[in-house]
Design a protein around this ligand. Structure first.
Ligand code: ZN
Length: 119
C-alpha cells in the first residue's frame, strides 16, 4: 500500500496548540506498534526494537495517516507527522542494549529477566 508524499503542505508553524488529544510522539509510536513495525524486546517490554518488516512499516504510515485524518491526534501538517513516524522508526534500535550488555558480559543467566518472562 503506497503512501503518496504530500509536497504542498505549508510548513507555516511548529506550534500545534494545546490539546487533550494524543501528542504526535505517542501517536507515532502507537502506529508503529500497531502495525508491527516495532515491538518490545522479549525480555524488556519497555524497550522497542525495529522489526524491519517492509509491509509493517508501510502499514504504520497508513495508520498514522488515518489517526491524523480522523482527528485522533493533534492537527498539523500530514507530512510533518509522517516524518516523525519515519524518524521514530530510524531511532528505534535493532537490538536490545540490555540484552546485548548481558551477552557481552557472558552472564550465564542470560539477559536480566523480568517476572513477565516466567509466566
Ligand atoms: Zn532485552
Amino acid at each position: 500500500m503506497g503512501i503518496k508524499p504530500v509536497a504542498d503542505v505549508p510548513t507555516h508553524s511548529q506550534g500545534y496548540g494545546a490539546s487533550s488529544m494524543k501528542d504526535w510522539g505517542t501517536s507515532a509510536h502507537d502506529a508503529l506498534v500497531k502495525a508491527g513495525a516495532i515491538k518490545p524486546c522479549r525480555h524488556h517490554f519497555d524497550i522497542y526494537l525495529r522489526t524491519h518488516g517492509k509491509d509493517a512499516e508501510s502499514h504504520a504510515y497508513a495508520i498514522a495517516t488515518n489517526t491524523l485524518k480522523f482527528g485522533e491526534v493533534q492537527e498539523g501538517p500530514r507530512r510533518d507527522f509522517i516524518d516523525l513516524v519515519s524518524d521514530t522508526l530510524d531511532r528505534t534500535p535493532d537490538t536490545c542494549f540490555i540484552c546485548e550488555a548481558a551477552y557481552e558480559r557472558g552472564d550465564p543467566r542470560g539477559p536480566p529477566l523480568s517476572l513477565d518472562q516466567l509466566m
